[in-house]
Design a protein around this ligand. Structure first.
Ligand SMILES: C[S@@+](CC[C@H](N)C(=O)[O-])C[C@H]1O[C@@H](n2cnc3c(N)ncnc32)[C@H](O)[C@@H]1O
Length: 409
């Protein structure tokens, strides 16, 4: 990817809609595979601890079913999810910080009844799309509808027809090359007017192109980059993405055991999750000060006219940059979401937390002890604490990433 001049001839700092105050900057990928895992440490149950270390060390390509559909920041490695599910058998599984739904997809494949929630509407959109269990008739209809959307949008584009867009979207026009914006606008318009239970899946395919065909460097950076895009590039990408997604969904249907109920996905704050009485919770809360999960979705927020509750986000990078008390708030929020999860667990049930240290003012922010204390307070007993050191060559800083497994007494 090379930096070129902005094709719309705008000064990047003047591009509308992504204010500096949001402070996205370059955000480091937190995904375990990106930073090599070093020294490992286990306290408590060794057998379970070793399985957690294997999970923490998961890395490499993973293309099973829908796991690679649509980008989502700081996703867990799907193999880590699979290994944790294997280590913690049960019937029902919840993830109150479901993000892109990595654990839920693996749990469906393991035949569990799954519940996922997140505060971020893009997370629930991606999770809904990744966990969709469709009948053969619905899958055929999805394929036909996506092809039809593409054909009609293409026709509209060829005619040069005027596409009406809300001002919330027009405000972000300068984040796109004109040809890409016009193609996205025609697709958006075609999807927006449809009424179908499959509409979130059309939207998810569209959403997968919203950043890639913008001038943003990536999903986790708001730097401006100019990649030459030929006319028709967005349309071709929509067609290819649609075909790939239908294939991935077909694979998911073959892997999920018959009679597995569809996933229940809701937009909810983990401090008041929308599920109850589950035997297992596997989750990864925001690492303190690492990402702005909601602000990162500004372009998608604009296209879909979403209401983003940024003030309710736990541990945002923005808060850690601007508020001294951010760590104290993260600790309080940890108490709250763990208490809520503990009360949703059945007796004898398990909670596994994947969490890593963050940084503030050059200092490492400890996460294990506060999480253990919050869990003990909520009536959960620590079974194992497994950790690996992660040395980030860019910052030359070592941080520790944990899997903490608890049992409800
Ligand atoms: C580490 S990510 C989860 C990634 C996920 N495990 C995956 O594989 O995609 C943390 C998630 O917490 C969500 N989040 C932040 N504050 C939240 C809150 N108060 N309630 C629920 N979810 C929240 C973010 O939107 C983000 O999706």
């Amino acid at each position: 990817m090379t930096n070129h001049t902005n094709p719309n001839n705008n000064n990047p700092s003047e591009l509308a809609g992504l204010p500096k105050s949001v402070g996205l900057g370059e955000q480091k990928k937190r995904f375990s595979a990106q930073v090599a895992a070093g020294h490992a440490h286990i306290e408590g149950d060794m057998t379970l601890g070793k399985k957690c270390i294997t999970a923490l060390r998961s890395g490499g390509e993973f293309t099973r079913a829908t796991q690679n559909f649509h980008a989502y920041p700081a996703r867990l490695h799907p193999e880590a999810g699979r290994l944790l599910l294997e280590a913690l058998p049960g019937k029902t599984l919840a993830d109150p910080f479901c993000g892109g739904g990595t654990i839920l997809v693996e749990a469906l494949i393991a035949g569990r009844t799954v519940f996922g929630s997140d505060l971020n509407p893009i997370a629930t959109l991606v999770t809904t799309a990744r966990t969709a269990l469709l009948s053969p008739e619905q899958l055929q209809r999805l394929q036909a509808d996506l092809a039809d959307i593409c054909a009609r949008a293409d026709e509209k584009l060829a005619k040069g027809a005027n596409v009406h867009l809300p001002p919330t979207i027009l405000k972000y026009k300068d984040w796109y090359k004109t040809n890409c914006f016009n193609e996205l606008a025609c697709l958006y318009n075609e999807i927006d007017k449809r009424q179908s239970e499959l509409k979130p899946l059309y939207q998810a395919v569209f959403s997968s192109l919203v950043v890639k065909y913008s001038l943003r460097a990536s999903d986790t950076s708001n730097k401006v980059v100019y990649i030459p895009r030929k006319n028709g590039a967005v349309m071709r990408a929509f067609k290819e993405k649609s075909e790939e997604y239908v294939r991935q969904l077909a694979e998911l249907q073959t892997l999920v055991p018959p009679n597995t109920p569809p996933a229940t996905i809701s937009l909810a704050d983990a401090r008041r999750p929308g599920f109850d009485k589950v035997d297992t919770i596997i989750t990864s809360p925001p690492y303190p000060g690492t990402y702005d999960y909601l602000a990162l979705q500004q372009l998608r927020q604009a296209w879909f006219g979403l209401d983003m509750k940024t003030e309710s986000e736990i541990g945002s990078r923005h808060a850690f940059k601007h508020a001294k008390a951010a760590y104290a708030s993260w600790l309080k929020d940890t108490d709250k979401w763990i208490a809520a999860s503990a009360s949703a667990l059945l007796p004898g049930g398990h909670l596994a937390v994947v969490v890593g240290e963050g940084m503030q003012g050059g200092k490492r922010l400890r996460v294990a002890n506060p999480t253990i204390q919050a869990a003990n307070h909520a009536g959960l007993k620590l079974l194992t604490s497994a950790s690996v050191d992660r040395f980030d060559p860019a910052t030359r800083i070592k941080k520790v990433e944990y899997i903490l497994v608890f049992e409800k007494e």
